[in-house]
Write a protein that binds this ligand. Structure first.
Ligand SMILES: [Zn+2]
Length: 51
């Protein structure tokens, strides 16, 4: 799961199984987003700002 970076929303998502799929292609937007953390927005926007 090397491709999945902090700037990808699926880093904070449990809806598309990104954690389990080796072939997962990261997206900047997720159609079936399920938050993996209660503070995911905070983490995500912080990661975006750092890039
Ligand atoms: Zn996702």
């Amino acid at each position: 799961m090397k491709q999945l970076e902090d700037k990808h929303i699926c880093r904070y998502c449990m809806g598309c199984g990104a954690e389990e799929l080796d072939t997962f292609i990261p997206k900047m937007n997720c159609s079936n987003f399920v938050p993996a953390y209660s503070d995911w927005q905070e983490r995500y926007y912080k990661a975006l700002k750092e890039k």
